[in-house]
Design a protein. Structure first.
Ligand SMILES: Cc1cc2nc3c(=O)[nH]c(=O)nc-3n(C[C@H](O)[C@H](O)[C@H](O)COP(=O)(O)O)c2cc1C
Length: 173
């Protein structure tokens, strides 16, 4: 199967459902050096008159290093198949620092528009270009319970990346 480019404005996904229940692979880097991880937090929206994605990555992830050092990232949505669930489990529990997740998951990397690394197994890929990034901070929480629940023992403060969605690709029938 091949992927076909569509306008971002053609997307009719319910991203509340998609991100929270289907999940996604966040992949940062380039064709030679990339890494991906499962994410189920994030958002799709409209900012600075652009379609944008909001991605939250904890500093301990290997993907964080790649996100910091590259201008682009992709969001790959794999669907609900058994194969997809397995890929999400592996990419959400093992680190690219010590595991070749591409090999272990049987993923086929794909370079879209010359610079966006994603995966052939995706039903939908959003190609994203970083615009803004900042660390979440304890003093910025207006609901302190979230800070207590999600940080400290659970891990470091996420960095939020706001990225322009420059293109979307779907599977060609
Ligand atoms: C369902 C699910 C959702 C996750 N969402 C996020 C997320 O939004 N941000 C994050 O930093 N880590 C998230 N993780 C954890 C990373 O996917 C996990 O730590 C992964 O092994 C990191 O891999 P890496 O070290 O190769 O980057 C999630 C894990 C799972 C299973």
């Amino acid at each position: 199967m091949r992927m076909k480019k569509i306008e971002v404005s053609q997307l009719t996904e319910n991203f509340f459902e998609t991100i929270s229940k289907e999940w996604m692979l966040v992949c940062a880097g380039n064709a030679e050096h990339y890494n991906m991880m499962t994410a189920s937090w994030g958002g799709i929206g409209w900012l600075w008159n652009k379609p944008v994605a909001f991605v939250f990555i904890r500093p301990e992830r290997y993907t964080f290093e790649l996100a910091e050092n590259n201008d682009v990232m992709t969001l790959s949505f794999l669907g609900h198949s058994k194969e997809a669930r397995n890929i999400y489990q592996v990419c959400g529990s093992k680190s690219g620092r010590d595991t070749d997740k591409t090999k272990e998951c049987g993923l086929t990397p794909l370079v879209l528009d010359g610079k966006y690394t994603a995966f052939k197994q995706a039903r939908l890929v959003l190609c994203c270009k970083k615009l803004y990034a900042d660390n979440l901070k304890p003093e910025a929480f207006t609901d302190a319970s979230l800070n207590e629940t999600w940080y400290g023992k659970k891990g470091g403060y996420h960095k939020m990346y706001v990225a322009e969605i420059t293109n979307a690709f779907i599977q060609e029938d």
